[in-house]
Design a protein around this ligand. Sequence first.
Ligand code: C2E
Ligand code: MG
Ligand code: MG
Ligand code: MG
Length: 287
Amino acid sequence: RAKANGRGSFARYDRDMGTEVQERVRLLRNLRNAFQHDRLFLNYQPQIDLSNGRIIGAEALIRWKTESGELVPPDSFIAIAEYSGLIVDIGQWVLRNACFRQISLEKAGFTNFRMAVNVSIAQFRHPQFLDMLEQALADTGINPALLELEITESMAMLEPDYVIGVIHKVKTLGISVAVDDFGTGFSSLSYLQRLAVDRLKIDRGFVNAIRSPAQTTECIAQTVIQLGRNLGLTVIAEGVETETQARLLKQMGCHEAQGYLFAHPLDSSELVRWLEQHRDSGCPLND
Ligand code: C2E
Ligand code: MG
Ligand code: MG
Ligand code: MG
């Protein structure tokens, strides 16, 4: 509401706030509805071993298909799911689905297929998170060594000691942990060491910055790969779009990669078809 002294800018500010809140309320209501009516589903993006082009596994990525058939990208609804707490239920659904998918891939003969699942800090922080994880392992029968949880670096930095504790317990279950969007969250070397994760995922912004051989020595990707290797971690690059990037990443010592160059995120039947096509030969890499 406008102040009594009549400063128009205040009135406008209030009105914009109002519509923004309404927008969020509507988005959350729609999301909740979509979740209840099975309009959320998972896509899977293959991950490749850069040393031999072999397929290691895939990352599960959530999708929302509206009633009108429109696809809403996760970047526009994960934040509100986190803020509202709905991510706890959605995240449990994602985890269980991804584990069941992994099992069905194993049964179809794609053995040792690793499934990576994104986990939000709100899930991590939830008092029943570890029980939920154990339940998912028990109900699906997934080999925990073939399950990986991805937590973003910036989220891990929010509550360092707490996150370190949960990671420790997750690893006790035999599940591995990756730091997602690595390089954007300003974590220190000593913190990384204490985190005791298995894998670093170089943020795709740094991968995108790799453009020509001449720059490789200065690029951040190189620094991140070196850092990961020095800590004895596996390094995976996300958002690899060109053969040049794949070749240079490999030369820089990056172990694994995922990105449009190899495959876009695929729905479950597309994934099976893609895996069948690449079953024997893997993904060709030019050195
Ligand atoms: P992320 O975990 O860092 O996932 C990588 C994102 O990069 C995905 O976007 C993927 O589709 C996209 N991508 C893959 N390859 C390429 C490429 O070559 N070039 C470019 N430009 N992009 C590529 P997506 O699927 O839209 O997901 C966005 C983010 O939403 C994810 O980032 C993740 O943080 C979050 N997210 C997705 N699914 C889940 C989920 O189930 N739970 C939670 N908590 N977050 C999720
Ligand atoms: Mg991820
Ligand atoms: Mg990422
Ligand atoms: Mg991201």
